[in-house]
Design a protein around this ligand. Structure first.
Ligand code: ATP
Length: 137
C-alpha cells in the first residue's frame, strides 16, 4: 500500500469540482485517509513549490495557490502515486490524455485543477507539510 498527497487547487474548488474529483478517486478504489479544505499560507506554498523557486512563473504560482481555498487529500492505495498522477493527466492540459481530470476540466498549465506528488520522497514531504500525523487515519 502506498500513500500520496493530492490537492484540488483553488481553480478546481472555486468551480465546484470537489465532489466530481472525490467521486473519481472513489471509483478508482483509493482510500481517503486525510481530507481538509484550507487556505495555504505563503510559507507553506513556497516550501511546497520550493523546486520551482527560480522559475519565472514562481510568483504567479504562489499567488494562485494561496488565492483561495484548496482541498488537501491524503490518498492510500496500490500504486497510488503514479495512479493519481495518471488520473490527473499531463501538467499542460493540451497534452493531457482524454478522460483525465486535466483534459476534462483544466484550461491552462498555470491553473490545472489538481496536484499530485511525483515520487515517494515528495509524497512523504508533502503529506508532512499539509497534515499532522494525528489528522491521518
Ligand atoms: N510554464 C508554466 N507556467 C505557469 N505555471 C506553470 C508552468 N509550469 C508549471 N507550472 C505550475 O507549476 C506546477 C508545478 O509544475 P510541475 O512541473 O511540478 O508539474 P506537475 O508536477 O504536473 O504539477 P503539480 O506539482 O501541481 O502536480 C504546475 O502544476 C503548474 O500549476
Amino acid at each position: 500500500m502506498e500513500r500520496t498527497f493530492a490537492m484540488i487547487k483553488p481553480d478546481g474548488v472555486r468551480r465546484g469540482l470537489t465532489p466530481e474529483i472525490l467521486a473519481r478517486i472513489a471509483r478508482k478504489g483509493y482510500r481517503v485517509v486525510g481530507l481538509k479544505q484550507m487556505v495555504i499560507s505563503r510559507e507553506t506554498a513556497e516550501s511546497h513549490y520550493g523546486e520551482h523557486r527560480e522559475r519565472p512563473f514562481f510568483g504567479e504560482l504562489v499567488s494562485f495557490i494561496t488565492g483561495g481555498p484548496v482541498v488537501a487529500i491524503a490518498l492510500e492505495g496500490e500504486n497510488a502515486i503514479a495512479g493519481w498522477r495518471g488520473m490527473m493527466g499531463a501538467t499542460n492540459p493540451a497534452n493531457a490524455a482524454p478522460g483525465t481530470i486535466r483534459a476534462d476540466f483544466a484550461t491552462t498549465t498555470g491553473e490545472n485543477v489538481t496536484h499530485g506528488s511525483d515520487s515517494s520522497e515528495s509524497a512523504e514531504r508533502e503529506l508532512g507539510l499539509f497534515f499532522r500525523p494525528e489528522e491521518l487515519l
